[in-house]
Structure formats: C-alpha cells, structure tokens
Design a protein around this ligand. Sequence first.
Ligand code: MF3
Ligand code: CO
Length: 282
Amino acid sequence: MMKLFNRTKSAPEEMTLEERLYYYRHRGHVVPSKHILKTPEQIEGIRRSAAVNTAVLDMVAAHIREGISTGEIDRLVYDFTVSHGAIPAPLNYEGFPKSVCTSINEEVCHGIPDDDIVLQEGDIVNVDVSTILNGYYSDASRMFMIGSVRPACKRLVEVAKECLERGIAAAQPWGFLGDIGEAIQSHAEANGFSVVRDFCGHGVGLKFHEKPEVEHVGRKGSGMLLVPGMIFTIEPMINMGSYKVYVDSDNEWTVLTEDGKPSAQWENTILITPNGVEILTY
Ligand code: MF3
Ligand code: CO
C-alpha cells in the first residue's frame, strides 16, 4: 500500500528559498517563478509609490462630499499625483480616459469620472487609485458613503472592508492564494452577500497588472504558494445580490451588477514578508 503524502505539510524551516520552492513544486503545488519575487530595491520603489497612492486617497477622503462631481475628483487626483512627481496609472491605460476609477452604487468597478456625474446623499462610491512613481506601480481603493446611507448599503460597505481585512489576515508566507479566497468568500456569503468572480486582484509593481491572478473565492490550501517577495493586490468586489456582472457596452469599461443591486470594494497592495504581510498602501 502506498503511503499518501501530506501535500500541505510545511517544509522544514532550515531550507533555503530555492530548496523550499523545489519542495513545494515537487509536491504538486503551483509555485511562483523567481522573476515575480521582488528584490529589496524594487520593494523600496513600490513602497514609495504606495505612499504617494495613499496620500492621494487621503486627499480624496478630505474632499469627497455630496455635490462634488466625479470629474472634479478626477482632476484633484491628477493634479495631486503629478505635483508629487508621479503619474496616475489609469490614465491612457488600455485607452482608459481618466486618472482614477469612480464606481457608484450598482457600478462594480472601472467607473469613468465625468463632470455630469454628481455625488448624491445616500450614494456609496468606490474610488480606485493607482500610481506610477519612478516606474513602480501601486494600487488601492476605498469606499466612501455620501451623507446618510441606507443601513443595508452601510452593512455592504462594512462587510466588504472586513472581507479585505480577512483576506489580508489569511495571506501568510508559505500559505496559498486559495486561503485568501476562502477567507473572503466565507465572510461575504455568511453575511448574505456574493463575491464577484469575473475580476481579480493581481500582482503589481513593475507593471500595473502582473501574475498572479488573485481570486476572491477559493479553497484553503489551493492555488499558488505564497512566497516572501510577492507583491499583489487584494480587492474583493462584494455584491448585495447576485455575483453576476456585465460591462457597459457604451463605454466598454464600467462594470455593473446584472441585478442592479449595489456593490462595494476595498483594495490594498500587500507584500508577503518572511514573517507575515506588509500592507504597502497604508
Ligand atoms: N485599479 C484597477 C485595478 O485594480 C484598474 C483598472 S484599469 C483602469 O486593476 F484603466 F480602469 F484603471
Ligand atoms: Co487592482
């Protein structure tokens, strides 16, 4: 009788990085290729980019209110970013026309700012900011509630934030991407909400979107091994109703819920360290 080996058993602590990667690959796990592990110099560059990105979001937080247009938010983001020696990553990215994504209520992500879109009391809005500084990319988003928001929407925004926090807590060196998805999915569904399948988090740093794809649903112990030096986003999109979404055929960017119910999303860029995670976009 052949002995079944335990695929999730941890490798001995004394192994070198190379040995440890070999150990997991040999046991059938998906292991990141060495080139997606960032060097200390790259990590420092991405950390600096993330610091500007956080400052942009803080600036947005100070200005966002009922009556402001998303076009105005876009100009604030552009001016602030450029004045800090950085570039808004969305601008002209695959033809995206603005410097930031602003997604309101049933808009899931990739909403395009416009002077004619004015924030109203009761709106929940995601502002998704991505920055290039000295060639290094960072990416984060937050939700904002405009004036008083109905309790169900407030709960959606809170649970979406908790989903991100739980996803980050589940991200550990020598764990697996599926641990993150499982943590997010179980919390969203326990609260009666659903997790969007069609859009993922992603590696980030030297480009806007790199490997791996970070799914927000999954099973513990499945998917790519998490290795110190990996930098990626976690950005769960949580829907009040069905997880089904579609892309607006008019602008070919804005993603909306199929059932017209609201959606909320929070995003951070994280670094897997030898001891845990560092949230770069804090
Ligand atoms: N910040 C979005 C993401 O998380 C960026 C979408 S591409 C854009 O991947 F062009 F719409 F900005
Ligand atoms: Co992102």
